[in-house]
Design a protein around this ligand. Structure first.
Ligand code: ATP
Ligand code: MG
Length: 373
């Protein structure tokens, strides 16, 4: 798929902007702070309902405005669709498809698909487990949009179970009544059922991603690998199928129940898992150099891109400020890898940072004005 038109209203620094887009490579070039990343961030938002830079919507709305609109005309094969999101910080966001009546924001997932690589992705390698979980879950949802519902069910069940545990912990501390444990049993089953569904998808994803990430790293930094992605579940075990994962989670919940009641939080489940990223025989986190960590994160994104392409509907590839960080050889390699993509959006501070193989449309971005160069 590709985006044929992007229009923003009160999004980030833009009061209004209209950007016609074509398939192939489009580069947004301009000095720092002019609004290049803001454009691609908006495209990424349509694909994930989140920003790659901030965790809440408030900074996405132009200072002084009370809502932002992201609208994109999308083409997939012969099919044209118009998606529109209205961001209302503090209130529910709204969504429309083809100017129809309102749908839930999550109903637009799957129309715009992106793989976005940005400097923030260094956190995939160096950051907390939460970064890697978000990476997996966003990709799981791109592969299968119905997983958005599973993820929000999981978050809801987890929250309710934690509330229950918290009140149990309080009652215990104040020497009050012990709680009725049958209620907790029911929440264990909910958590394990939804958790197992999410886990099964994550494990399947890791298995598919591993060889592709290894290949991408080899292409970027020959001889530097191999890469290994190892899923580290908080509920120990080797299960892969959903039913077994359910049993594994139920077993682990039973084992930690006493601790959970003492501490008042859920201690096992997909929200406590991690992925260990290895480079050669060492963990990447804490060991890999800056350049290696950067290539590792990039390899994970390129692998995501390959995977989604191989599974059908080709995503838009977004490379935010990537080339300046790479030496000439890696730059050329990356450019050759991505040049054939259906649509590639690139941002760069100077023209020379964009490799020649990526000839295509150029936009100059300055002072919030986006103009064909
Ligand atoms: N909610 C907002 N309201 C108004 N302006 C904003 C808002 N959010 C960000 N900005 C402005 O947008 C600008 C940053 O835009 P952006 O991140 O797209 O820059 P860029 O062109 O990618 O720069 P760089 O080359 O440094 O990456 C900043 O000047 C910032 O003040
Ligand atoms: Mg930027």
């Amino acid at each position: 798929m590709h985006v044929t038109h992007l229009s923003l209203a009160d999004f980030r620094s833009y009061a209004r902007v209209e950007v016609p887009l074509e398939p192939g490579v489009t580069a947004f070039v301009g000095p720092n702070g002019q609004g290049k990343t803001n454009l691609v961030e908006a495209v990424g938002y349509l694909a994930t309902l989140g920003s790659h830079r901030v965790s809440s919507d408030a900074p996405l709305v132009r200072m002084g405005a009370d809502r932002a609109i992201i609208r994109a005309q999308v083409r997939q094969g012969e099919r044209q669709q118009l998606v529109e999101l209205e961001l209302n910080p503090g209130r529910a966001n709204r969504a429309r498809i083809n100017r129809s009546s309102q749908v839930r924001p999550r109903d637009v997932l799957g129309i715009v698909r992106t793989v976005l690589f940005a400097p923030e992705d260094l956190a995939l390698v160096k950051g907390d487990p939460g970064e890697r979980r978000r990476f997996l879950d966003e990709l799981v949802t791109l592969r299968s949009p119905r997983m958005a519902g599973v993820r929000s069910d999981y978050d809801r069940v987890l929250k309710q179970r934690n509330t229950l545990l918290k009140s149990a912990a309080l009652a215990r501390r104040h020497g009050g009544r012990t709680m009725d444990l049958s209620t907790l049993d029911v929440w264990d089953q909910h958590l394990a059922r939804v958790g197992a569904e999410l886990l099964a998808q994550r494990l399947d994803l890791i298995a598919a991603l591993q060889p592709l990430a290894d290949k991408a790293y080899e292409q970027l930094a020959p001889g530097g690998g191999p890469l290994a992605l190892e899923y580290k579940p908080s509920a120990p075990g080797e299960a892969h199928a959903r039913e077994e994962l359910y049993e594994q989670l139920m077993g682990a919940l039973a084992e930690v129940r006493k601790q959970e009641i003492e501490r008042g939080v859920t201690l096992v489940g997909p929200h406590r898992d991690d992925v260990h990223l290895k480079l050669g025989s060492l963990p990447a986190k804490g060991y890999a150099s800056h350049g290696e960590s950067w290539s590792y994160a990039l390899a994970l994104r390129l692998a995501s891109y390959d995977l989604l392409r191989a599974e059908g509907n080709e995503p838009v590839l977004v490379l935010d400020d990537v080339f300046a960080e790479l030496d000439t050889r890696r730059r050329e390699r990356l450019a050759e890898l991505v040049a054939p993509g259906e649509q590639v959006l690139v941002t760069a501070a100077v023209d020379d940072d964009v490799p020649h193989v990526l000839a295509g449309t150029r936009y100059a971005v300055a002072d919030g004005v986006v103009e064909r160069a």
